[in-house]
Design a protein around this ligand. Structure first.
Ligand code: PLP
Length: 397
């Protein structure tokens, strides 16, 4: 990496910077307080109350219950990541739902859900994927028509990682329950960015991931509503109330608790500030660059995410030229077997290939500034112009 170039990090849906407050909370659990939380001795055992505190902090962020007699947030299970949480929820439902063999999910889900479903399909389960319209929206009627008495679980993400759309998961949960199906939501991109209150809905399972909200990588949560049967994914020791074996990742769990506390404290203000940055970027680009489109549901999307298609050029070329200025973003393509295919999300939306190929996702966090946006607005338009000049598709226009 060129050390001269300042990094302008606009890829926060991929991962976030660990908040300094979080690092500070975690450090003692690597150095002085490294004991095993399950120990009888107080050197290790004294870590357990810190883990329970983190559990309550996460519960508070998402409105989970912890006001029981022991004050323990039993609905929160710490896992290793969002992917594990997604897998654990779906596989648990297949184990507990008395022979039901069908899973209904969204076509624009993350691979943590979709690839698992593909694998389950090969193993004899029936998978139905619900499509989206041109703005990436789902229809509740499509869910009503797909869910039946054979459906074990419905899994629909709360917010999409590429386009930022927010989905009506609370309503979909009710539709699932009418047929006795369980409902899971992958809320990895939603938690910490928009208010979530599990006391006000009937969602059975929710996944979240530490590294998307300024906690470290390698820690996540599966929320399991009290009373919902759960079959563990990792079977081993008695940790996490017997629902997830493995010595607790104490430092990261405690870091995630602190990140959740910070998110709750700052969210109201942050939602406004992030949307201002996103809107400034989109307005600036629309003014400066012809033939672009903003993807997704402008009426209902995350405040921090902007998916922009620059027609007739390749997203990867844009990213490489942005990288030379220290600007980090993502493209809407997945590099499979050497050919750059537009992402499954953009394909599900039916974006023309000429637009899907040139799609860039910018995603903001609390650490971004107006100067970051203005830097992109200065550097990006000439890049687009330069690439279009050498694009065979553009010259045809
Ligand atoms: N679900 C969504 C919507 C995501 O965006 C991601 C990560 O990009 C994941 C799941 C996977 O989370 P993790 O990286 O913690 O496994």
């Amino acid at each position: 990496m060129n050390k001269q170039v300042k990094t302008v990090y606009l890829d926060n849906n991929a991962t976030t910077r660990v908040a300094p407050e979080v690092v500070e909370k975690m450090l003692p659990f690597f150095t002085e307080r490294y004991g095993n939380p399950s120990s009888i001795h107080s050197f290790g055992g004294s870590v357990m109350p810190e883990i329970e505190n983190a559990r309550r902090q996460v519960a508070e962020l998402i409105g989970a219950d912890f006001r029981n007699k022991d004050n323990i947030a039993t609905e929160i299970i710490f896992t290793s990541c969002g992917t594990e949480s997604d897998n654990a929820a779906i596989l648990s439902a297949l184990a507990t739902q008395n022979g039901r063999k069908k899973i209904v999910t969204g076509r624009i889900e993350h691979p943590a859900v979709l690839s698992l479903c593909k694998d389950l399909e090969r193993r004899g389960y029936e998978i139905v994927t619900i499509g989206v319209d041109g703005k990436g929206r789902v229809s509740l009627d499509d869910f009503r028509n797909a869910i039946d008495e054979n459906t074990a679980i419905v899994s629909m993400m709360w917010a999409n990682n590429e386009i930022g759309n927010i989905y009506p998961v609370e309503k979909i949960a009710e539709i699932a329950h009418e047929k006795g199906a369980l409902f899971h939501t992958d809320a990895v991109q939603a938690v910490g960015k928009i208010p979530i209150d599990m006391s006000k809905n009937t969602i059975d399972f929710l996944s979240l991931s530490g590294h998307k909200l300024h906690a470290p990588k390698g820690v996540g949560v599966l929320y399991v509503r009290r009373g919902v049967r759960f079959h563990p994914f990792l079977i081993g020791g008695h940790q996490e109330m017997g629902r997830r074996g493995g010595t607790e990742n104490a430092a990261s769990v405690i870091g995630l608790g602190e990140a959740a506390r910070l998110a709750k404290e700052t969210m109201d203000q942050e939602v406004i500030e992030l949307a201002e940055l996103r809107d400034r970027l989109e307005k600036g680009l629309l003014e400066r660059v012809p033939k672009i489109r903003i993807n997704g549901d402008i009426e209902s999307r995350l405040p921090n995410t902007s998916s922009v298609s620059f027609e007739f050029i390749e997203g990867e070329s844009i990213l490489m030229l942005l990288d030379a200025f220290g600007i980090c973003a993502s493209s809407g393509s997945a590099c499979t077997t050497g050919s750059l295919e537009p992402s499954h999300v953009l394909r599900a939306m039916g974006l023309p290939y000429t637009a899907a190929h040139g799609t860039i996702r910018f995603s903001f966090s609390r650490y971004n500034t107006i100067e970051d946006v203005d830097f992109v607005l200065e550097k990006l338009p000439p890049i687009i112009e330069r690439l279009r000049k050498i694009s065979p598709y553009w010259s045809e226009k």
